[in-house]
Design a protein around this ligand. Structure first.
Ligand code: ATP
Ligand code: MG
Length: 366
């Protein structure tokens, strides 16, 4: 996997800032290196600057400060149509008055490709998205999913090395979205295309990407492979944004190497955690524990801390059980257990002990 270090990066953002009004920065000091053939997703809440970054890369917006490079060359002053980038947006953006064939022909004509070669490329692109029989249709005569496939074919037809996609599946239903997620990643990897993908759907980001850049407030909060992002969030924002997460507030009372003890607000109980984003004893912290890493009545060794919990709700979900608990004065603590033959089903009102391995509980910024 390309590690995206700056020297060999295919796409590089170097200290890029963007302000639309000359006052507020909506992109703040963006440094990002994307390797050739990599599928990189920008994930983040509304207004965090994802589309702005994509627009600067495409050339429809200029960076206020910093440099953007494509294949080692600075592109700040190259107009969009000369960057050789394919693009797919949320609302299809097909030309409504043109047939599918004409829509796909357009980017080839702009590049002065002859008729015979155009026809060959159009056929190939339509076959790729399994729309070979639709060349004569107009956009209005197709379903949303079919139009989105055509938009994808049009972005790929001139064989760009880089394709940008901004929420391309946002308007589609769940099933079609999942099918297309799979098709897009397969196609990109087969053709060796570098993809910068934007979404605010974390499941989509985790399942499709080689790496995910989590955006918030114009900054990348963490850039990592999906498993690292889920299992090793570096701050509270990322822990909360990616996947389901339990948080408990407290203060650090002991800190040594890769373990710390946190005294919880509310009950004053102590727990073991991995110090990730805390500096010293006395620091306030928010600890983060995934629901599937919590154990009931745990057998964790003589020195391990456990917490008292009271069952508030038991939800049977088929493959898993979801148990909601009152822990340290809060009643929104979730534990997920697998539906195994020997798994106990707890009832509301029951008192239990819970615990976890210290490495599964991350002490983060408060
Ligand atoms: N053309 C523009 N003029 C002025 N401000 C803009 C413009 N485009 C975006 N902004 C502002 O820049 C910030 C970032 O917007 P951007 O579209 O990049 O967010 P986003 O992460 O793509 O959000 P979403 O998930 O809602 O699409 C927002 O505060 C937005 O209001
Ligand atoms: Mg956007």
């Amino acid at each position: 996997m390309p590690d995206g270090t700056n020297s060999e990066a295919f796409v590089a953002f170097d200290r890029v800032q963007k302000s639309y009004d000359g006052e507020t920065l909506v992109v703040k000091d963006l440094n990002l290196a994307i390797g050739k053939g990599e599928f990189l997703t920008m994930l983040g809440p509304s207004g965090s600057g994802k589309t702005t970054c994509l627009m600067m890369l495409a050339g429809f917006e200029t960076a206020t400060h910093g440099e953007i490079r494509l294949d080692g060359k600075e592109i700040n002053n190259i107009p969009p149509h000369k960057r050789g980038i394919g693009m797919v947006f949320q609302n299809y953006a097909l030309f409504p008055h043109m047939s599918v064939g004409e829509n796909l022909s357009f980017p080839l004509e702009v590049r002065n490709i002859g008729k015979a070669e155009r026809e060959q490329k159009i056929k190939r692109a339509l076959d790729m998205v399994q729309m070979g029989d639709f060349a004569g249709r107009r956009p209005a005569q197709m379903s949303g999913g079919q139009q989105q496939r055509i938009a994808l074919a049009r972005a790929l037809v001139f064989e760009p090395e880089l394709v940008l996609m901004d929420e391309p599946l946002g308007a589609l239903d769940k099933q079609l979205r999942e099918t297309l997620q799979f098709e897009i990643t397969n196609l990109a990897h087969e053709l060796g295309i570098t993809v910068v993908y934007v979404t605010h759907d974390q499941t989509e980001a985790l399942t499709m990407s080689d790496r995910v850049a989590v955006f918030d407030d114009g900054r990348i909060q963490q850039l990592a492979a999906p498993d690292a992002l889920y299992e090793q969030p570096q701050n509270s924002f990322v822990a909360q944004f990616i996947g389901e997460n339990n948080t408990l507030r407290g203060a650090v009372t002991k800190l040594s190497g890769d373990q710390c003890v946190v005294k919880l607000d509310g009950t004053g109980e102590e727990i073991d955690a991995l110090p990730v984003n805390v500096g010293k004893v006395g620091d306030k912290t928010v600890v983060s524990i995934r629901p599937e890493r919590v154990e009931f009545n745990p057998d964790l060794g003589p020195d391990a801390h456990t917490l008292d919990a009271e069952v508030k709700e038991f939800i049977y979900m088929g493959d898993v059980f979801r148990t909601r608990l009152k822990v340290a004065g809060r009643d929104d603590f979730i534990v997920k257990t697998r539906n195994r033959a020997d798994q106990v089903r707890l009832s509301p009102g029951q008192k239990v002990k819970i615990g976890w391995l210290p490495q599964d509980c991350r002490a983060l910024d408060a």
